[in-house]
Design a protein around this ligand. Structure first.
Ligand code: UDX
Length: 437
């Protein structure tokens, strides 16, 4: 099929390449000239494991091209809209500027029979509104809403082997046409054995926000348990193992630490609350306020713990932060808890050095006031306290004895509970974890 993908961020770039791998003719469109130039040259414009290999593979087939002009989407049979929906400045609600402008532009190039597929995470009700706008300009085109559940750092695998497909479609013949088109897009091997749910627009939109809210709630639940474990002298990692063995609960997303960040969970729960308020259903989501509050409290707590680790005062203490990205295997620093903690420590008088294998360039753009050191050994040299805040493999595998020889004082705060406390203590370290005795 001929496919266009509007918006080539973490979602769209991977989606475009994956669709080309399936055998489709794909054009990816983005306003950012630098991004388009990189992708057109077969290079990934951001760090995502497996994406460079996938781009190289499909570039060789000639089935994937990129453009800065939506006009190049004309002639495609299926148009995926993958633009961002960030949080509005100073408000909880989602900013739909990019979605609205993508649809407004695209509408001028649609033909009868075209299928427009929204993938962006939007407030419930957006698809119905956009369907009317599409119908007004291109009555023969059909809108479907097909949320995406990929995780950064696993985006290629999540796109090529998804857990499920959710199609939000209108009633009747247009809905059947949209369903058939999406089935053809995702035809075997992708769709083989993968559950597919065909629902209405509102349900499809809500599936995405509900899933992200559930994940955020799971993380804040275990972080609340970590607070209790700290108060009671219990171990939250053992608690998570034990409750996670109940397969109604499950062990995934029960890792206590410095909380969730990134371009999705924080802003999605806030936008969900804002939308619920507009719908007169705000009471249903008041618990998400608490989920958010528990999450933000993690950051404050880590700053306090660092102060304790530094003997009661941060003034002039050399603190090294391991990790800037919001999670490992990503260079994304949007709402990164690690950088937020680093900035607060610096404000409170610590001399902070931040290191990260991939995210320093993005970190510098967001927090230019922080000091960055790309070489791990240099970052470790002379530190008074180490803070492991993003669990990159190279930090999880640090050797307690070797690192002990580099630092000024052997103080470590394991903000993701990924180190072995016994091994670090045996090597002479003052080890502090999250919710661990
Ligand atoms: C999330 C959803 O997982 C994905 O399905 C959706 O499509 C987009 O939003 P992503 O933002 O890439 O994906 O990251 P995710 O792996 O969900 O992690 C989010 C944050 O939660 C990270 O900061 C991570 O460190 C934190 N986290 C995750 C925890 O603190 N504890 C956990 O147990 C799991």
């Amino acid at each position: 099929m001929r496919i266009s993908v509007i918006g080539c961020g973490y979602l769209g770039a991977v989606h475009a390449a994956a669709m080309a791998k399936l055998g489709h003719e794909v054009v990816g469109v983005d306003l950012d000239e630098r991004k388009v130039a990189e992708l057109q040259a077969g290079r990934a414009p951001f760090f995502e494991p497996g994406l460079p290999e996938l781009l190289a593979e499909v570039q060789a087939t000639g089935r994937l091209r990129f453009s800065t002009s939506v006009a190049d989407a004309a002639g495609s049979q299926v148009h995926f809209v993958c633009v961002g929906t960030p949080q509005r400045k100073g408000e909880y609600a989602a900013d739909l500027t990019f979605v609205d402008s993508a649809f407004a532009e695209l509408a001028g190039y649609l033909h009868d029979g075209d299928i427009v597929v929204g993938k962006s995470t939007v407030p419930v009700g957006t698809a119905a509104r956009l369907a009317e706008a599409v119908a007004a300009k291109a009555p023969g085109a059909v809108l479907a809403w097909n949320p995406e559940f990929l995780r950064e750092g696993h985006a290629v695998a999540d796109t090529l082997t998804p857990d499920r497909f959710v199609y939000g479609v209108p009633d009747g013949a247009p809905g059947e046409a949209a369903t058939a088109a999406l089935d053809e897009v995702y035809s075997a091997p992708l769709a083989e054995g993968t559950p597919r749910l065909v629902v209405d627009y509102a349900t499809a939109e809500l599936v995405k926000t509900a899933a992200n809210s559930f994940l955020a709630t799971k993380i804040s639940f275990i972080n609340a348990m970590a607070e209790l474990c700290s108060a009671a002298g219990a171990d939250v990692t053992k608690l998570a193992d034990a409750i996670g063995m109940d397969n109604r609960i499950g062990r995934k997303f029960l890792n206590a630490g410095i909380g969730f960040g990134g371009g999705c969970l924080p802003k999605d729960i806030r936008a969900f609350m804002a939308r619920a308020g507009e719908l007169g259903a705000d009471q249903a989501l008041t618990f998400l306020r608490e989920v958010d509050a528990i999450n933000m409290r993690r950051r404050t707590r880590v700053v306090e713990m660092t102060r304790e680790l530094c003997g009661g005062s941060l003034l002039g203490r050399r603190v090294t932060v391991l990790g800037a990205a919001f999670k490992p295997d990503s260079d994304d620093v949007r709402d990164s808890p690690a950088l937020s903690v680093a900035a607060q420590l610096q404000l409170q008088g610590a001399t902070v050095t931040v290191t990260d294998p991939e995210a320093l360039q993005n970190a510098k753009a967001r927090f230019p006031e922080l000091h960055y050191e790309p070489v791990l050994d240099n970052a470790l040299d002379g530190a008074y306290a180490l803070l492991l805040l993003t669990e990159w493999k190279q930090y999880r595998n640090l050797d307690a004895a070797a690192v002990g020889a580099q630092v000024a004082e052997k103080n470590i705060l394991d903000g993701r509970n990924v180190l072995d406390p016994a091994a670090w203590r045996a090597a002479g370290w003052n080890y502090k974890g999250i919710g661990r005795p």
